[in-house]
Design a binder for this molecule. Structure first.
Ligand code: F6P
Length: 324
């Protein structure tokens, strides 16, 4: 059977995430092995509009399976958010003979993919964001590495907090979502994990818990705060005033976005990249690849973007109950 596509484009968009390179590699190698040409589009949607293209061959993705960041660079584009920008992008793809596109990124990137699909360009999305906030998938590329980075950092903070009988308030990334914070808090035994998805009361959920624990002789604490909650600096001050425990704030920031991808990222990114090419080869576009019940699957892009994701309620309960 003849391939439905002859030349495809691949781009990364939005915040970079460890494992994106492993996904690019899988897309390029899977396409080439089927006789499909691959064009790398650099700097996301903006690069597409600007025609920032590079021909990919098998060696252009050598030695990148582990590397953080994205060899294709990434950007956030205002121009592409406009109808005019989207039409321009579709026209450029057509003029270059690109008849399918793989977009590796987050929710915002998928909205772009949805528009291009509607303009007749078969487009497949692969979830790549450390925030794990894409509803159609249990897992997004980058989450596992960022989680491990956050956990290693918090473990280090615990050493110094313990030595000084201090409280460490640690702000973890995640944009408006608390998945990264929740997992990091659970994995480090934080006394409290504050996330935007659940209401909290600083006195009841942090101060009183710390005071109760202090009666057992423990005087060092970790409080994890998702960046989406905001005000972590004020919280720090409040906790210190109300508990008498010296409290320090650490904002982990962009360090969470870097570093070598974990084995888990590499495995899923490879399988998702492979699946994206299978779909394009079958003549299927307008889909998002993801993980459901631990299996790779794909879902219609409109359906995927209409879904809402909640945090893992069990993990939330466990964290509250067993961390003192
Ligand atoms: O979406 C990934 C993410 O790292 C979020 O967790 C964070 O809020 C945001 O990107 C930071 O964006 P920027 O790199 O533009 O500062």
């Amino acid at each position: 059977m003849e391939n439905a596509v002859k030349r495809i484009g691949v781009l990364t968009s939005g915040g970079d995430a460890p494992g994106m390179n492993a996904a690019i590699r899988a897309v390029v190698r899977s396409a080439l092995s089927r006789g499909v040409e691959v064009v790398g589009i650099r700097r996301g949607w903006q690069g597409l509009i600007n025609g920032d293209f590079v021909q990919m061959d098998s060696s252009s993705v050598s030695r990148i399976i582990n590397r953080g960041g994205t060899i294709l660079y990434t950007a956030r584009s205002k121009e592409f958010m406009t109808e005019e920008g989207q039409k321009k992008a579709a026209a450029i793809l057509r003029s270059r003979g690109i008849d399918g596109l793989v977009v590796i990124g987050g929710d915002g990137s998928f909205r772009g993919a949805q528009k291009l699909s509607a303009l007749g360009i078969p487009t497949i999305g692969i979830p790549g964001t450390i925030d794990n906030d894409i509803a159609s998938t249990e897992y997004t590329i980058g989450f596992d590495t960022a989680l491990n980075t956050a956990v290693q950092s918090i473990d280090k903070l615990r050493d110094t907090s313990q030595s000084h009988d201090r409280c460490s308030v640690v702000e973890v990334m995640g944009r408006n979502a608390g998945h990264l914070a929740l997992y990091a808090g659970l994995a480090t035994g934080a006394i409290a994990t504050l996330i935007p998805e659940r209401p909290f009361d600083l006195d009841r959920d942090v101060v009183d818990r710390m005071k109760a624990t202090m009666t057992t002789g423990k005087h060092h604490f970790i409080v994890v705060v998702a960046e989406g909650v905001g005000n972590s600096k004020d919280m720090c001050y409040y906790i210190q005033q109300r508990t008498g425990v010296e409290t320090r704030l650490t904002v982990l920031g962009h360090v969470q976005r870097g570093g070598d991808a974990t084995a888990m990222e590499r495995v899923y990114a490879s399988a998702m990249g492979y699946r994206a090419i299978e779909l394009l080869e079958e003549g299927v576009g307008s889909r998002i690849v993801g993980v459901k019940e631990n299996r790779i699957y794909d879902i219609d892009i409109d359906e995927a973007l209409a879904m809402k994701k909640d945090i893992n309620e069990l993990f939330y309960k466990v964290a509250r109950e067993i961390s003192i």
